[in-house]
Ligand binder design. Structure first.
Ligand code: FES
Length: 360
């Protein structure tokens, strides 16, 4: 596959070519060049409140574990034992005193230092104090926990710059996690994100949502690593309250859908070239008004999500039909898609290239 040229001119922009939405080789390249080189949302702080609490995740091809130490510090490690690559944990857990490998029982401290290795006395030049789990970067922000595998990933503060200030007086850190809804969708992970990034489809796909957002005032702003779509709310007192809707997309796969007293995070996880899982986590302010809207909010989100699923799955069929390559973007309504595609083009250009010139 030839590298896609950067498109710096919105008025001439085209979408990413259809070939980027199909095939195992493309996804394998993205797992390394996109997911392996970005901040990834892995947990909320409620899952990691006490020493020994831990979560496991897969970032691209790399299993990771995030654990709170006895000293209260949150740390992340590659979840791959230094003996013969077994896992330190297979699922999330609470209150572990140490990390015991599930294969042969080597034991690491919560700080990642090997402490004991059964029956290894006969191994020459083997010193437990020389063996540590490789660390990964961890960052806590507004009650959310992120990891980054690679030192080249920009500082977290740069990627999320200005978001908390922009949405004030909404205070994300005061909201509490309530529940997760997960949806498996028969489309490439980027199809779902492309769809999120434009309000162009609102009048055609979402008749209910169109009634509570102001399409004429709907606006898109672009930042270095994220974009913001916003709209005044109207006729939405029972669902969202009064105020403004903020739809943040943070490269490469996180959305923050913020209304008065409520945040919904979306994390888009590729399951294959033509399949992804979308995780909706709901967080609410603890005031009575926000609490009273929970049921209506979740029902309405589910309705909108099913409308999005239907159109995204149809688009994936179009992309794999062999009849389409890369269409022109609407400068007025699709600048967020253009911005995302340019970030991807830059990531693809940095990916390892095989000898024949194709991306790995
Ligand atoms: S792989 Fe971990 S103890 Fe053997």
């Amino acid at each position: 596959m030839q590298a896609e040229p950067m498109t710096n001119d919105l008025v001439h922009a085209r979408a990413l070519p259809a070939r980027h939405y199909v095939g195992e080789a493309m996804l394998a390249m993205e797992q390394h060049a996109v997911f392996g080189r970005s901040w990834q949302l892995v947990a909320h702080q409620g899952q990691l409140a006490e020493a020994g609490d831990h979560v496991v995740e897969q970032i691209g091809q790399v299993p990771v574990i995030v654990v709170r130490g006895q000293d209260g510090v949150l740390r992340g490690f590659v979840n791959v034992c230094r003996h013969r690559a077994g896992p330190l944990a297979l699922c999330n857990g609470k209150g572990a005193k140490a990390l015991h490998c599930k294969y042969h029982g080597w034991t690491y401290t919560l700080e990642g230092q090997l402490r004991s290795a059964p029956e290894m006395q006969g191994a020459a030049d083997f010193n437990v104090e020389e063996i540590r789990l490789p660390p990964v970067r961890v960052h806590e922000w507004q009650g959310l926990v992120y990891v980054a595998l690679d030192e080249s990933v920009p500082p977290f503060e740069q990627v999320y710059a200005g978001i908390a200030e922009r949405i004030a007086p909404i205070d994300l850190s005061a909201m509490r996690y309530l529940r997760r809804d997960s949806y498996e969708i028969a489309c490439n992970w980027k199809v779902y994100i492309d769809n999120f990034l434009e309000g162009y489809h609102l009048p055609h796909v979402h008749p209910g949502l169109s009634k509570v957002l102001d399409y004429r005032a709907y606006d898109t702003e672009l930042f270095a690593w994220h974009s913001l779509q916003s709209s005044p709310l109207r006729n939405s007192a029972a669902i969202y309250g009064d105020g403004e809707a903020f739809y943040y997309f943070v490269y490469p796969n996180v959305m923050l859908n913020i209304m008065p007293g409520r945040m919904q995070t979306n994390r888009i996880v590729p399951l294959g070239p033509g399949r992804c899982r979308v995780e909706f986590d709901y967080y609410y302010a603890q005031d009575a008004a926000a609490q009273a809207r929970i049921a209506a909010d979740q029902d309405f989100s589910d309705e909108v999500q099913h409308e999005d699923i239907a159109i995204c799955e149809a688009v994936q069929r179009g992309l794999t039909s062999g009849t389409y390559d890369a269409g022109r973007l609407c400068p007025k309504r699709e600048s967020g898609v253009w911005h995302f595609h340019n970030l991807l083009r830059a990531a693809y250009a940095d990916a390892p290239v095989q000898a024949h010139g194709d991306h790995a």
